[in-house]
Design a protein around this ligand. Structure first.
Ligand code: YH5
Length: 259
C-alpha cells in the first residue's frame, strides 16, 4: 500500500500533492513502482495534528479520486474517519476504507457497511492531538488485541463480513517506542479469525528514534521495519517508499520468509 498524502502538513510529504496534476502523477507512480493499493489521505493524523473540517477533506480527496479511478486498476483506499467521505468515496469507486478510528465515529460503521467496501480497522489509544503525551498499557499486545476483537464484532453485527476486514495495530498511535517494538515483535499473535494484518511503520517517529534520522532520511530504517513486519505476518504494508519496499519484499519472498 503506497501512501499519497493530500494534506498541507504531512510529516513526510506535506504540501507536495495539493495540486491535482502532481497528485495524479504520484498516484500513478505509486502503482508503477509496484504497489497493489494506493491510500489517499486528506486528514493528517500525525501526532499533534488538529482535525480537518469535512468540506476541506472532501475537497482534497474527491476530485483526485474521480480522476484516478478510471486511470488505474490498483485497489484504491481512502484514509478517513468521516462517514460522509466514506459514502462519497464509495460512490466514486474506492475499494477500501482505511479508518484510524476503526469506524467509531457516529455513523461510520453504517456508512462503511453500506458502501460494500473493505475496511481497515486500526487501534489507537486516545486521539491524534494528544495520543503521544503519555501512552500507557498494562499489556499492550492483549489490549490492542481486545480492542480489535471488539471492533471486528461491531463490524460483523453491522453486516460487514470477515472477507472485508483488515486489522492494524496502529504503530505510533498512542504508543511509546517500546510499545511499538513489542507489537512488531509479536505481530503474528494479533491474528483474529485469520484476518489479514496491515502494518504502517513507514517514516514514523520510531524509525527516527532508532536511526537518528529526519523524516525524508528514514527510507532504509522503514524498509527494514516493513520487512520484519512481513516476516512476522503482515499481509499489507503501508509505505511511502514503494520501489524500495517492493525490492526488499522480492528478496524476502524468494527466501520463502513472507508467510
Ligand atoms: C497506519 O499505521 N498511519 S498516518 C508520523 C510520521 C510519519 C508518518 C512522525 N494512517 C497509519 O503515516 N493508516 C497513518 O512521522 C494509517 N495504519 C493505517 N491503517 C501517520 C503516518 C505518519 C505519522
Amino acid at each position: 500500500m503506497g501512501v499519497l498524502n493530500l494534506t498541507p502538513d504531512s510529516f513526510s510529504d506535506g504540501g507536495r500533492y495539493l495540486e491535482p496534476d502532481p497528485a495524479l502523477a504520484r498516484a500513478l507512480a505509486i502503482e508503477a513502482e509496484g504497489a497493489a493499493i494506493i491510500d489517499l489521505g486528506g486528514e493528517s493524523t500525525r501526532p499533534g495534528a488538529a482535525p480537518v473540517p469535512l468540506e476541506e477533506e472532501l475537497r482534497r480527496v474527491l476530485p483526485l479520486l474521480q480522476r484516478l479511478r478510471p486511470r488505474t486498476e490498483a485497489i484504491l483506499s481512502v484514509d478517513t474517519s468521516k462517514p460522509e467521505l466514506m459514502r462519497a468515496a464509495a460512490a466514486a469507486g474506492v475499494d477500501l476504507i482505511n479508518d484510524v478510528y476503526a469506524l467509531r465515529a457516529p455513523g461510520a460503521l453504517e456508512a462503511a457497511a453500506e458502501s460494500g467496501c473493505a475496511v481497515c480497522l486500526m487501534h489507537m489509544q486516545g486521539e491524534p492531538r494528544t495520543m503521544q503525551h503519555a501512552p500507557h498499557y498494562d499489556d499492550v499486545l492483549a489490549e490492542v488485541c481486545a480492542f480489535l476483537r471488539e471492533r471486528v464484532e461491531a463490524c460483523r453485527a453491522a453486516g460487514i463480513a470477515d472477507e472485508r476486514i483488515v486489522l492494524d495495530p496502529g504503530f505510533g498511535f498512542g504508543k511509546t517506542l517500546e510499545h511499538n517494538l513489542t507489537l512488531l515483535r509479536h505481530l503474528g499473535e494479533l491474528r483474529i479469525g485469520g484476518l489479514p494484518i496491515l502494518a504502517g511503520l513507514s517514516r514514523k517517529s520510531m524509525i527516527g528514534t532508532l536511526t537518528g534520522k529526519l523524516s525524508e532520511e528514514r527510507v532504509y530504517g522503514s524498509v527494514a521495519a516493513a520487512l520484519i513486519a512481513a516476516q512476522n505476518g503482515a499481509r499489507i504494508l503501508r509505505v511511502h517508499d514503494v520501489a524500495a519496499t517492493v525490492d526488499a519484499l522480492k528478496v524476502l519472498e524468494a527466501v520463502g520468509g513472507s508467510g
